[in-house]
Ligand binder design. Structure first.
Ligand SMILES: [Zn+2]
Length: 201
């Protein structure tokens, strides 16, 4: 075999089924991420972004109390924005951020997120009460993380509320800011575990 390339016969059936999700781990621009989220069947919300001066791209600028985190359109819960409208917003400013709207998704899933406002150790009391959380689609920012889960069939949406100190469930009518959005601290959000969302046990 020396010097010869090794030929491997790939069996398509053995390919990872969640191949589409690993692409979320690669850094790219907002248009590219919008395309990825759309092709995965996820519900997107366009947000204001972080301006060059460090405040929000909205009218309140440095006076905004939710810089880069609030929706551009008031009716964001009513349905999916048109692709052309999202493109037009990014043409106006490439600094726009984006969020994932939780709840019912275009792909038929029902999504919730666990919002951890600090280190992973904040999840310890949650796991003691509810059991170990399976690995899932996870985003980490400088300060905390978001874990995205699918709800099993026949289970009602949980309420949007804190379930432990620094740990909040985001559910129906909730949203989480997602990559490649910029945090007010200047860091871009990243999917640190770019896998298909697990079903909540
Ligand atoms: Zn603002």
């Amino acid at each position: 075999m020396s010097g010869a390339a090794q030929i491997i016969n790939l069996d398509a059936r053995q390919w990872p089924r969640d191949l589409g999700w690993s692409v979320l781990g690669y850094e790219s621009d907002t248009i590219d991420f919008l395309t990825r989220y759309r092709s995965l069947g996820l519900a997107i919300v366009m947000l204001h972004g972080i301006a060059e001066h460090g405040g929000c791209t909205c009218r309140d600028a440095r006076g905004c109390d939710q810089p880069g985190k609030h929706p551009l359109w008031k009716n964001y819960l009513d349905g999916e924005p048109r692709w052309d409208d999202m493109r037009a917003e990014l043409d106006k400013s490439w600094r726009r951020n984006i969020a994932l709207r939780l709840g019912d998704q275009p792909n038929g899933w029902r999504l919730i997120a666990i919002d951890v406002d600090g280190p992973d150790s904040l999840l310890e009391p949650v796991e003691r009460e509810f059991g170990k959380l399976p690995p899932t689609l996870t985003e980490r920012s400088g300060r905390g993380s978001h874990l995205v889960y699918r709800l099993p069939d026949g289970v009602d949406y949980p309420l949007n509320k804190a379930i432990a100190p620094g740990v909040e469930v985001k559910s129906l009518r909730g949203k989480i800011t997602v990559p490649p959005s910029m945090h007010v601290n200047g860091h871009r959000r990243r999917w640190t575990n770019p896998i298909m969302p697990a079903v909540l046990p």
